[in-house]
Design a protein around this ligand. Structure first.
Ligand SMILES: CC(C)(COP(=O)(O)OP(=O)(O)OC[C@H]1O[C@@H](n2cnc3c(N)ncnc32)[C@H](O)[C@@H]1O)[C@@H](O)C(=O)NCCC(=O)NCCS
Ligand SMILES: Nc1ncnc2c1ncn2[C@@H]1O[C@H](COP(=O)(O)OP(=O)(O)OP(=O)(O)O)[C@@H](O)[C@H]1O
Length: 198
């Protein structure tokens, strides 16, 4: 089974490209969704996060869960705290990723995709056969992200500061998918990659 990494900066169009892969019946692992599950009711990250950042979890009808708003306040803009949070969360995400790949292999998939925002930041390119980078002009990225509810200039700056620059990502990509033109164009680029598997 081949494994492709799908990555790109915030708002560059990872989830949208991931959905095109899914429509082609290719299994996709979504690292952001895995983080949400791990921090959700009964998730494996809840207890260690409460220990490291007291007061950032709360009881819910389905069990204790991370209060993401509170956790965000505790870590955004605080590098040491975010490093600590990543040291808790990333090994758990990696474990989920291994489980996902094992399940895809069992089902006989020929190709699986890992949608991982921090692929380069976490040495993920070594775990995949090929890296696909979604990219768009910086102005497009900004407009897209600032449209989201709860997003502010300050939050966007803090997130971008933790991610490798788009220029570097593009240089390290095996293939680029441009998402600044149109949905149709980006979908076609993904379909072409899959058709050629190369
Ligand atoms: C800080 C937290 C609580 C904020 O939660 P919130 O719901 O507000 O944001 P969300 O998770 O949807 O992320 C918003 C955007 O920031 C990006 N992002 C999240 N964490 C990080 C990080 N540590 N470094 C760089 N970018 C990040 C996401 O990919 C996404 O594009 C949460 O992002 C978190 O627990 N982050 C640490 C885990 C992590 O590194 N996740 C990245 C994907 S593996
Ligand atoms: N090819 C495209 N053409 C036009 N708009 C797009 C395209 N791809 C994505 N978008 C839009 O850009 C925004 C961000 O896309 P998406 O959610 O896929 O990005 P992401 O990289 O997954 O973001 P995040 O890092 O925050 O998870 C969405 O509003 C989406 O509709």
């Amino acid at each position: 089974m081949r494994v492709w990494g799908l990555t790109g900066g915030i708002g560059m169009g990872k989830s949208t490209a991931a959905n095109t892969f899914r429509r082609l019946r290719i299994p996709v692992f979504d690292a952001d969704a895995a983080v949400h599950r791990l921090q959700g009711p009964g998730g494996a990250a809840v207890r260690p996060i409460e220990a490291a950042f007291p007061g950032t979890t709360r009881g819910t009808p389905r069990g204790p869960a991370v209060d993401r708003e509170a956790l965000r306040r505790a870590v955004i803009g605080h590098d040491a705290a975010l490093n600590r949070l990543e040291a808790i969360v990333h090994p758990l995400v990696r474990r989920e990723e291994r489980r996902f790949l094992a399940a895809a292999r069992r089902r006989g998939a020929r190709l699986a995709v890992l949608d991982v925002p921090l692929l380069f930041e976490t040495g993920g390119e070594r775990r995949v056969d090929k890296v696909i980078v979604v990219t768009a002009p910086a102005a497009t990225q900004r407009t897209r992200v600032l449209r989201r509810r709860g997003m502010t200039e300050e939050r966007l700056r803090a997130i971008l500061a933790r991610q490798v620059p788009d220029s570097l990502r593009r240089r390290r990509a095996d293939h680029l998918v441009h998402t600044g033109l149109s949905r149709h164009h980006a979908q076609r680029a993904v379909r072409r990659l899959v058709a050629h598997q190369g």
